[in-house]
Structure formats: C-alpha cells, structure tokens
Design a protein around this ligand. Structure first.
Ligand code: F0G
Length: 419
C-alpha cells in the first residue's frame, strides 16, 4: 500500500484500511500517499493526466487521490469535468477583478461538489467492505451519499437538521432510498450524534468530511481546475466555508501538485463564511486564535450554517501555508452576489454566492488586486435553492427581477410589456 492515515498533529501513522476517523488522541487524520513511488517526472504526470482525458475525472486523477483503490471498487455517476466559465463583463465589473473564472461544481450529478467526495468515499467503503454508510448533513452531503450508495447497492442513513435544509435537498436522499432522519437540532447537533452512533456501531461507516478518504476525492476540484488552465496557477482560489473540509481538500490537492513539481507556485486561498456562521473568520481576525464554537444563526446560505466546523484545524493549517485569508458576508451581500451571477445564465446557490460576495469585499479592500487572476469555486447549483431565489426576486432587492401575476388576457399582457 502506498497510503496511510496520519494524525495531523502527532503524525502517528495508522493502516489505511483501518476504519478510523480520528487518532488515538482524538486528533484529525489525513490520508498520506507516497506519490514519489510512481517515479514520474512532472512532465510524465501531466502526460499521464492527458492520456486519461476520456475517463471520468476521479479515475483520471486517481493516482494522486486514492492510488491504492482498485478500479473495480469504483462507483461513479460520471461526476467531474465541470465547467470553468470565464466571467462576463457584468461580473468582472461587479466583483472588481479583471481575470475571473468560475468553477461550477453545481454541474455534478447531484448538483453539488459533494459528488467529488462521494465517488471516493463510497468506493472506499466498498473497498473496505462496509455495507452501511451514514452522514450528518446540511443537505448536499446527504444527497450525494444517498445517490452513490444507491448506485453501489449500499444502505445509507442520513441525519438532517429538520427545517434547516431546502426542499429540493430534502427530496434527494428520500428519492435515492436512504433512511432519512430529520432531527430537531441544528447541523452541529446532527454531527455530534452521527459521531456517537458510528463510534458505537462499527458496522456503520461514517462519510462526513471527517472521513479522510472522502476528502481525497474533493482534491480533484482544484486539480481539475488547474488542468483546465493548462497548469497555470491563478493568483487566488476563493471558496465558501462551512465545516471547512472543502477548503482543506482544495489546499491539500494543490500543495501535493506543487510537491510533485506539476505546478511551479502556490496560489493564495480565500475562504468565505456567512456572517450568520463565521467561527473560522473570527479565528482569522484574532490572529488564527483557537476555535470558539458558536450557535450558527439562520441564513439563506443554509448549507454553511455551521458553528463548530469539524475540519477547523486542518483548514487553519492549510490556509496559513497558502498565505490565506478569511472573509465573511452578510445576507444582503450574498443574495445580491447570487443575483449578479444568476443573471449571466450561470445558476448558483447562496453558499456559492457567499464566496462571490467575499471576493467583492476582498477586491474592494485591495487584498485581492484588480489585476489578480481569480478562480472561484461555486459549490452547488441554484436549482437546489429555488425558494431563496424566488423570495429575493419577489421582494424589493437591488437586483430583483420581479415576476408579475396577471389576468389571463391579451390586454393585460400588452400592458405589462408596454406594447
Ligand atoms: N457549499 C455547499 C453548497 C455545501 O453544501 C457546503 C457544505 C459547503 C459549501 C461548505 O463546505 O463544509 O467542506 O466547508 N455542506 C455540508 C453538507 C456541510 O452537509 O452538505 P465545507
């Protein structure tokens, strides 16, 4: 095996196939694979990825994601190969940067980036012989896990904060046949419970981002974006943050490319939170002080309504290594940013819009320069959050495109159109 699990602080090593989510001392774990054992030069790595172009993204990048995973264990729904859109002029003007691209992870099979993690997590579950998988979720992890488990013929259990996820997200695990439990608590409460359940019942395999193998799959987002840019590194990646797993995955994947010589410099990374749930931002503002968990407030960006991010320590370590920054955006800033992107024909969710709102603030503050090149990670599709969208446009908001209800006749339509 090329891969081990390693404690992020003590560096204690555990066998990769051991079903383990934390170290003996309770620390977070990460997957470490000896990639030098492939004996490939940077040019040979690039050639390898190019040769795999026709394969699903997870298989194309598998050697830097989960090299020990046998191909026969892979359950894929053809995730990945998401578009990297160039920003329109309206977007460049509004967000304040001249070189902006949007990596739209909402264009995955279950409409979020979580599919990148679940192709890895569910495939690894098959590899180690798990037949029940479980997660707590704000809506997207559960949708993805349920779909991949259904495809693999594995039983799925999801814990959701009842009333705190969108109707579309709620429908996804139900439709895919998962045991769907809506609990009268918030996401952090669900997260605590799923850790207790999976510690007590070892037959249930945890697929939250505490599962380090799932995180390896999410590295593909940044890697694929860089491949699409012909390995030209942008000045910034910008990404929304909730439980802080995805920002950690993005950074880890890019760092490893750098260590292999595939890219020749590191970008900076900006994580953005909603002001309703900004413990990472608070830490950053206080000189990367330790995590002070909070009770997250209700927010339109409900997928990142998280007060006690599980991957906090990993995220801080990575952000420091990338000379990173953290920003926080208000509800109004988030929904206005969403409207500007949506109006270009690219439909995004309020969580993705949080990153965009943060970009605007960082550009205004001069932290991101007008001439810097920026890749924004959009994490889920707008179709998952139709209620937030319609409510925004029905009310007196800055970019509202107010729908009208009319009498069903020609004259009324003519009047509405000014004909
Ligand atoms: N964007 C979306 C659309 C999400 O669903 C999430 C997290 C994030 C951003 C933040 O990523 O947690 O790794 O920092 N959703 C999780 C879930 C919590 O359960 O679906 P993160």
């Amino acid at each position: 095996m090329r891969t081990v699990l390693r404690g992020i602080e003590s560096k204690t090593v555990y066998p990769a196939k051991e079903q383990r989510y934390r170290g003996e001392n309770g620390e977070l774990l990460e997957v470490v694979s000896d990639l030098t054992s492939f004996n490939r030069s940077p040019a040979a790595w690039k050639e390898h990825f190019d040769e795999q172009k026709e394969k699903p993204a997870f298989i194309r990048y598998k050697d830097v994601l989960l090299p020990d995973l046998p191909e026969k264990c892979i359950t894929s729904l053809s995730e990945g190969d998401t578009p990297l859109y160039p920003a329109t002029k309206a977007m460049r003007d509004y967000f304040g940067v001249e070189k902006l691209e949007l990596k739209h992870e909402g264009m995955n099979p279950t409409l979020s980036f979580k599919d990148r993690g679940m192709v890895a997590g569910v495939s690894w579950a098959r590899f180690i012989g798990a037949d029940v998988v479980a997660c707590a979720s704000t809506g997207d992890t559960s949708a993805a896990m349920a779909a991949y488990a259904a495809c693999a013929g594995i039983k799925a259990v999801v814990l959701l904060p009842e009333g705190n996820i969108s109707f579309e997200q709620y429908s996804q695990p139900i439709a895919a046949g998962a045991i769907t439990l809506g609990l009268d608590t918030d996401f952090d409460g669900c997260m605590e419970l799923i850790q207790k359940i999976t510690a007590k019942h070892r037959g249930i395999y945890l697929l939250n981002s505490m599962n380090s193998f799932r995180i390896e799959g999410q590295k593909a987002i940044g890697i694929e974006a860089l491949h699409q840019r012909n390995w030209q590194v942008p000045d910034w990646f910008i990404i929304p943050v909730g439980n802080a797993g995805n920002v950690s995955a993005l950074a880890k994947g890019i760092r490893e490319l750098y260590e292999l010589g595939i890219i020749n410099r590191l970008p900076r990374i900006a994580g953005v939170q909603t002001k309703a749930a900004s413990p990472l931002y608070n830490s950053y503002k206080n000189g990367w002080a330790g995590l002070v968990p909070i009770t997250a407030k209700k927010t339109k960006a409900s997928a990142i309504q998280i007060g006690n991010p599980v991957s906090f320590k990993k995220a801080v370590r990575e952000l420091k290594a990338f000379n990173g920054v953290v920003e926080a955006a208000s509800e109004e800033e988030i929904m206005d940013a969403k409207a500007v992107v949506d109006a270009s024909g690219i439909s995004i969710c309020p969580n993705s819009a949080t990153a965009m709102a943060g970009l605007r603030k960082l550009a205004k503050a001069g932290i991101i320069r007008k001439t810097d090149s920026v890749v924004a990670i959009l994490t889920a599709h707008g179709a998952k959050f139709s209620q937030a969208t319609v409510e925004y446009h029905r009310a007196a908001n800055r970019f509202a495109n107010k729908p009208k209800a009319l009498r069903a006749d020609v004259a009324a339509i003519e009047k509405a159109l000014g004909l």
